[in-house]
Design a protein around this ligand. Structure first.
Ligand SMILES: [Zn+2]
Length: 168
């Protein structure tokens, strides 16, 4: 289930992608997913400009030009995608990627994250995740999984570390 960090991420991305744009078509794939009469729903959303997108808890709120708000909850397996059906990653790939991100985030939180500024004097937790890096900041060292040498590349001026065998 998408959690708070995911929803926050969607909020930021959706604001970049669709805020200020007008809804030109409304398609309802599952009537059960909306809590309004479909005709009324379409009438309310169609041709409306999306002013901005906010998040409240795990809900996304799309504020429309007519003062109405579209409230979105992704439920259990709910997953949104921006783009065409053709460039959408295959479901299994998405699921795997999502699970991996989730596991890593949880590990990161558990071990205090990567920012190594202690929060208080004997804070041993903050930054503890640094010692557990599998690839990040390990350029030239061996991959723990396959033994290949970790590479570093700059992608849009940000350093990206990866194992050429396991991650390509
Ligand atoms: Zn590897």
């Amino acid at each position: 289930m998408p959690e708070l960090p995911e929803m926050e991420n969607y909020k930021i991305l959706l604001n970049q992608k669709i805020a200020g744009q007008t809804i030109t078509e409304v398609q309802i794939n599952r009537e059960k997913s909306i809590n309004l009469n479909p005709v009324l729903f379409i009438k309310t959303c169609h041709h409306q400009k999306i002013i901005d997108i906010n998040r409240r808890g795990k809900h996304l709120l799309f504020h429309l030009q007519n003062g109405q708000t579209l409230l979105l909850h992704l439920m259990l397996g709910g997953w949104i995608y921006y783009g065409t059906e053709a460039d959408k990653p295959k479901r299994t790939v998405r699921k795997k990627l999502y699970q991996s991100i989730k596991t890593i985030l949880q590990k990161g939180i558990q071990h205090g994250g990567y920012m190594d500024n202690p929060l208080f004097k004997d804070d041993k937790l903050t930054g503890g995740f640094n010692a557990l890096y599998q690839v990040y900041h390990r350029e030239g060292e061996k991959c723990n999984r396959c033994g290949s040498i970790i590479k570093m590349e700059k992608i849009s001026s940000r350093k990206t570390f990866y194992c050429p065998i396991c991650q390509t």
